[in-house]
Design a protein around this ligand. Structure first.
Ligand SMILES: [Zn+2]
Length: 232
């Protein structure tokens, strides 16, 4: 039987990598631009500023990757433990598990007879898969993939960080702070709009939020840099 092409655009399959990528890129832009603005405000030379920026990019990408790997690995450990427990319960008490699955389908609106029949057929086909999906809420779409998540975070952080850094390479020190902050705010706003559209969220609110918070972080760091530069 030829299955008709699925015309609706569902965004769930994008959630995993979209969330990690936008988070990483945002972080890359804000933390590197803040670093550059703060160090430039403390009157460090151009070469020293760029070295700081490159070090910030590498350090940030590594810490994002490590953090994401650890958090997604622990999620993956939890999922595996849940599946092992479910497998054991299916082996020791299949009758109870069948009742449990049927009651879930009754809760979703099926008649008790139909729910029992559906549970019988689904458990005959793939008992663990049916329980994982309908009882534990696990699906292949959002399964924990630590390496993928870590790589996506590191890469998107590095791409994000490279934006203010490349601006800093071509900008004279005299106007470094306003130019780096201005260019980074423009990048943040653009990223906010793209990710809101991709995720189906309201664009205006998303861009305003990311621009305001990013601007606040960069402005405060530049201020601290200026104060620190004046003291030292
Ligand atoms: Zn179960």
């Amino acid at each position: 039987m030829v299955r008709p092409r699925h015309s609706e655009l569902h965004r769930t399959s994008r959630i995993g990598w979209l969330r990690a990528s936008v988070l990483g890129a945002n972080d890359g832009i804000v933390s590197t631009a803040s670093l550059l603005a703060g160090v430039a405000a403390a009157s460090v030379g151009h070469a020293g500023l760029l070295q700081t920026g490159v070090a910030g990019l590498v350090a940030g990408a590594m810490s994002m990757a490590a953090g994401e790997y650890v958090s997604v690995s622990s999620q993956s450990d939890t999922e595996r433990a849940d599946l092992d427990r479910e497998r054991a319960e299916l082996a020791t008490d299949p009758v109870h598990e069948h009742k449990e699955l049927a009651s879930i389908y009754v809760g979703r609106g099926l008649s008790p007879d139909l729910a029992a029949e559906v549970s019988t057929q689904l458990m005959a086909h793939d008992a663990l898969g049916a329980h994982a999906r309908d009882e534990l809420g696990m699906s292949a779409t959002v399964a924990a993939r630590p390496v993928q998540a870590a790589a996506a975070s590191a890469a998107s952080f590095a791409v994000g960080a490279a934006l203010p850094l490349s601006v800093a390479i071509v900008t004279p020190m005299g106007v470094m702070v306003p130019v780096v902050i201005g260019a980074s705010l423009a990048c943040l706003t653009g990223l906010g709009a793209v990710s809101a559209r991709a995720g189906g969220a309201p664009v205006a609110r998303a861009t305003l939020r990311v621009a305001l918070l990013g601007g606040l972080a960069m402005g405060l760091t530049a201020l601290v840099g200026k104060l620190f530069g004046a003291v030292v």
